[in-house]
Design a protein around this ligand. Sequence first.
Ligand code: UDP
Ligand code: MG
Length: 319
Amino acid sequence: MNKTPPLISVVIPVYNEEKNLDALIVRLRPVMQSMGKPYEIILIDDGSRDGSLEILKGFARDQDIRVVELTRNYGQHAAIMSGFSIVRGDIVVTLDADLQNPPEEIPRLIREMETGGYDVVGTIRKQRQDSAFRLGASRLINIVARRITGVHMTDWGCMLRAYRRTVVERMIECREHATFIPALATVFAKRVTEIEVAHEERHGGKSNYPLTKLINLQFDLVASFSDFPMKMLMYGGIFMSVLGVCFGVFLAVARLVYGVVWAAQGVFTLFAILFVFVGLQFFALGVIGEYIGRIYREVRKRPEYVVANIHEAYDGSKS
Ligand code: UDP
Ligand code: MG
């Protein structure tokens, strides 16, 4: 039997988190050390505009921390991917930098993965510390994500998750843009489970997800994994035309039975219906446009992220 304990990599994207980084390491490091397994912490600076990068560079002098510096802000999931591209671990844990995911939960994730032989261990946030609006939006997204991926996960949004190296490697091979990592992982994982974890309020600073960014991210999840919106459009279209035909028949009959008055008075009703249809058509165009935009981005094959630098004290010649 292979006795060497598995190496654990912790991957943390950082965007304007200068207030949280010290506290993060102060809490994370003892947890990692307490597990008695080799570990590395990979922090990705996703183009922060505050002092985060300087703090991270300071961290990189330590043997257990490596820092990836991206050239600008590419988004949380792209940042995590760039971290994935240099992980050495057999088990890879992702985590938010704002301490909303308590690092103390990591050993439980690892234990679950090892004892259960899982490829992915997801998490459910109990007593989530987010606004009512975020909670409602999340609930909706979780239901949609469950349907489209066919994987029964309760909570897709929590980034405190553990992946086996094989899953991570396959994810890096997908050179696709606009990825939603928890969902992408399920494409390659055979055994997936989830456990409940605590959730805390943001340590400092404010959320990096304004409404527009949040909507984009959810569209990433839905549109990169299914043609669900397109199908809805199709069914909606069929439904609308059937309705239109029925209404036409109804109007014709009414005209024949009750006379001309009916047709004249129906004009405004028709206008109202027309407006609804025009609105829906615009919506439809928007959805189609979104897909075309994605095709365009894929075709251009621009890099999903560009690494400016990797800061580490690690001496590769020893391994
Ligand atoms: N993040 C990032 N790039 C971005 C936005 C966020 O790397 O463009 C990081 C951020 O530093 C944090 C994590 O992603 O570690 C989650 O972000 P945030 O806490 O703002 O999201 P929320 O918890 O509000 O969903
Ligand atoms: Mg957060």
